[in-house]
Design a protein around this ligand. Sequence first.
Ligand SMILES: *Cc1c(COP(=O)(O)O)cnc(C)c1O
Length: 385
Amino acid sequence: MIPYGRQDIQQADIDAVLEVLQSDFLTQGPMVPRFEQAVAEKVGARHALAVNSATSALHIACLALGLGEGDWLWTTPITFVASANCGRYCGAQVDFVDIDPRTYNLSPEALEAKLERAEVEGRLPKVVVAVHLCGQPCDMQAIHALGQRYGFRIIEDASHAIGGKYQNEYIGSGRYSDVTVFSFHPVKIITTAEGGMALTNDNDLASRMNLLRSHGVTRDPTLMTCVPDGPWYYQQVDLGFNYRMTELQAALGLSQLERLDSYVARRHELSQYYSELLKDLPLTLPWQHPDGYSGLHLYVIRIVGDEKKHKAVFESLREQGVGVNLHYIPVHTQPYYMNMGFSAGDFPEAEAYYADAISLPMFPTMTEKQQEKVVKALCVALEGL
Ligand SMILES: *Cc1c(COP(=O)(O)O)cnc(C)c1O
């Protein structure tokens, strides 16, 4: 089976992890700050906070932005459930904005229309989570302008997008958002096994997220409510969590980071080759907005036809050893969210996408030969209908 995604672990990665295993610190040592600084410098952000997953990063970002009960978080239905769940963790209500039919990202036009209605109804969002699906950046300038007008804060869920660019700047620079989140799960662009990071240019947000990822406990006297009792003293000033990244993970991440640009470049080569091989088939191929340079985490095709055809093609590809996938089932149609009052039909573009999208295998060590095998299998699947 050709998987849809796969990590690339090289000897340098193994050496880096082994070195940490034999060192004094397995956690809370020098590697995490080193990894944070390297990512912050790479993408041009002031602060980076490494945590144990992107989900944790989304959670502490929402808390740091003051999201809580009585507030609304809005995001796209075409994302992993974590982009919405982070709002629920904070006790906030979640709502969705339909997608743009070309980029499959949250549509700024749909967002603007929904904001106009929400203003009248007095239920404007406090936080909007913009997800860069497949690595393609959202129209951040438009979303930011709406944020200024309607007073919401912005989190970029860039779980697919490290190494990508928007308007010639690395995603994570935070020009148009408050916090950017990366995921280092093995299928993503670079990996730390499990792991994530929150980036921001705001000193207060960084300080809050730093506390929240480690129990709300500080050893920094300037954050304490009184003078320390002595050199042993620490203080819990907030309710936080244990969301820390280990030294082993950070060492792996640092080692992987050196290959970030080459990974993304390789994904672009693979994507171009797919597009060349597939151009005459009855498919909708990925469309790239000229403002962005995608991280290309995913290569999504859409089957022209009906839902039955989509399912048949998907099944045939799996049977032929091609590990296709579907990113994602619209979040509002998950039973957990349906129980909150959402129903099928609420977000038509997202549901149309779900009815015909397929993610083809793509990962940096994939060969052209494997791509040709995928395309051959796809031809067989389409002809068998
Ligand atoms: C993978 C992913 C997440 C969650 O990342 P973890 O590191 O596994 O917690 C969140 N959002 C999106 C869009 C993702 O693809």
